[in-house]
Design a protein around this ligand. Structure first.
Ligand SMILES: C[S@@+](CC[C@H](N)C(=O)[O-])C[C@H]1O[C@@H](n2cnc3c(N)ncnc32)[C@H](O)[C@@H]1O
Length: 254
């Protein structure tokens, strides 16, 4: 993207994520509409939010040998839902987000967490982080919303730059491949039990004059592996359909 286009993409993306209230930043941007509607009060929303968070942290840590001396980075941290539990397991955790309002809400949410810091970024870079200083970069529920392949590519280059040799990267994004049968059955069972809403993939690419929406760019696993490899990130595991039919979880190492 040319500079002018990139700056339009950035302001459109910020406008989409700059939520008006802490309530919306916390629940509205994490829980699905049926879950929001089903909850009779904020305590019930909180319980659902906590349940989702426990599940998500489990997925996030799958295959990651997190250690007390580690420095970890989350791209697209929102209010810091995942930073908080990860901070308990490492020396320092750094959250990065494109939305000024999300970063503001994160400041409140993480006020008592001494080893967490949150930075506003330009939506494409980790410029506040030194080369080869990070043990683990992770991202959940953020790459699925990135609306330009170029932006994903910028982040992969930045992840490779900040990771120590051998450092870990774990990203959840959206894939374009058919869902493995077992995961499809699990997802349908979850939907029948009223536990999760059930969607198909929905790719959305930003272009000048086109709004930012909920969806983002998607990858065929083959292309995704190639994109990681192009930046020196070696894939250790790739799971399709775990958690949701359109999710792809990939762990790679520098
Ligand atoms: C659905 S929220 C998820 C927050 C957090 N990862 C969690 O799971 O609780 C998505 C977050 O990604 C951020 N985001 C979207 N695009 C981004 C980008 N290009 N760079 C940095 N943050 C981005 C949004 O501002 C928002 O806070």
């Amino acid at each position: 993207m040319q500079t002018e286009e990139l700056s339009k993409w950035r302001s459109d993306t910020r406008a989409f994520w700059d939520t008006d209230s802490a309530f919306d930043a916390k629940y509205g941007r994490i829980l699905l509409s049926p879950e929001m509607e089903a909850a009779p009060n904020e305590a019930a929303l909180d319980a659902e939010w906590d349940r989702r968070t426990v599940e998500d942290v489990k997925m996030l840590l799958r295959g990651i040998p997190i250690a007390p001396e580690w420095t970890c980075v989350e791209i697209g941290c929102g209010i810091g839902r995942l930073l908080k539990p990860i901070a308990l397991r490492c020396r320092k955790v750094i959250g990065i987000d494109i939305s000024e309002r999300m970063v503001g809400f994160a400041g409140d949410f993480l006020a008592a967490v001494d080893n967490a810091e949150v930075h506003l970024n330009d939506g494409t870079s980790l410029s506040m982080i030194a080369d080869e200083s990070v043990d683990w970069v992770y991202s959940h529920l953020a790459f699925q919303h990135i609306t330009a392949y170029e932006v994903v590519d910028c982040y992969l280059a930045e992840i490779a730059r900040v990771l120590k040799p051998g450092g870990y990267c774990r990203i959840q994004n959206w894939h374009e491949a058919p869902i493995p049968f077992v995961e499809r059955v699990k997802n349908i069972a979850r939907a029948c039990l009223g536990r999760e809403h059930y969607h198909g993939p929905r790719r959305w690419e930003w272009k000048p004059g086109r709004n930012v929406r909920f969806g983002g760019v998607t990858y065929h696993p083959k292309d995704w592996k190639r994109a990681l490899a192009d930046h020196g990130l070696r894939v250790v595991s790739l799971e399709l359909g775990a958690g949701h039919d359109y999710w792809m979880w990939t762990t790679s190492r520098r």
